[in-house]
Design a protein. Sequence first.
Length: 407
Amino acid sequence: MDGKTDYAAIRAEALAMKPWLVEVRRSLHQIPEPGNEERETADYLCRKLTELHIPFERRGTAIVALVKGARPGRVVGLRADIDALPLQEPDGLPFASTHKGYMHACGHDVHMATALGTARYFASHEGELAGSVKFFFQPAEETTGGAEPMIMHGCLENPKVDAVIGLHVMPYLPVGKVELKHGALNGSSDYLAVTVRGKSAHAAYPETGIDAIMIAGKVLDALHSVVSRMVSPLEEAVITIGTIEGGAKNNIIADEVRMTGTIRTTNPQVRSAIAQAVTSIVTGLPRIFGGSGEVEIKPGYSALINHDWVVDRLAGVAENLLGGDAVCWKEKPSLGVEDFAFFLQKVPGAFYHLGCGSSGRDKGMAAPLHSREFMVDEDCLPIGVQVNIGLALSLIAGGEEEDNAGN
């Protein structure tokens, strides 16, 4: 595999793998589990890796597998998230979830199946491979974030990973298309908790108390002005307050109001500036009315920033495998989050979207992610395998100039 990539051979081998990929995906679809509790899922993945004679290590439900080429070379990592969502799947699907109240409504069954298919390909070609491919089966993408613990426990080391690949199915993209974006693809997230304190009193005598609800209204209004008046309109950012509660009775001045929300942006500098502005508002504004305010901002996922040179490689691979019209370019980033971002903070790489939608075959095919009606067109499975293989080979063959590329 040191010479020119044989895209036709990759395409043929991935397409021949489709029945196996469908079986794997459907088996995984039947056993959805929540983050860090994916024990049955991890057991299944380990059985498949064993069948493929691929060595692996397991820590809890996180799995790292390695296909080592016959000759030394660059190491590429491929990540697949493995957890599911707390949704009850509709009746009628022949391979429906057997775990009541849980469903693979975000396509992680596809992510795992395409990763296993990619592993199967490289395991059968390891004698020709000058380099290695690592596979990260990551728990808890939907909840606590399983990427950071895997990185902390050394998944990017021994052997050291030179580049990483990740994908996510997208139902708004038809099968046969991939969606790419240079730079920021997903936003960062911070948990926001605000407490406003006043002084309780009888509603008939407001002058004897300090109305926490009135103050909270002022704080809420001010928070909603942060993005519109303290952040450039050319930046992506949002502050959303999702809950608010306070007060004990209709005729009592409330002495405390609590609010929770989220802060999203794609720019680390903007993220920091928003946190400072929110803190100033919450701690300063209530004093004007004799009250006080406290704020907690808890960092969540970082923004997912693709490395442009890897995206360019990916575009070339996809065009060679799928045709020149297969690549779609995403104009704006999403403020939804994705913890593949933490892999990209450590090594170069790219995250891409794989079309899984089917026009007119079934209305469920058009349902969005995180929906009970979500379903994929399984024709996407060998396409994801093709793109993963092609990009991994391109990155393994890459020169030193990419290692030192700033992005």
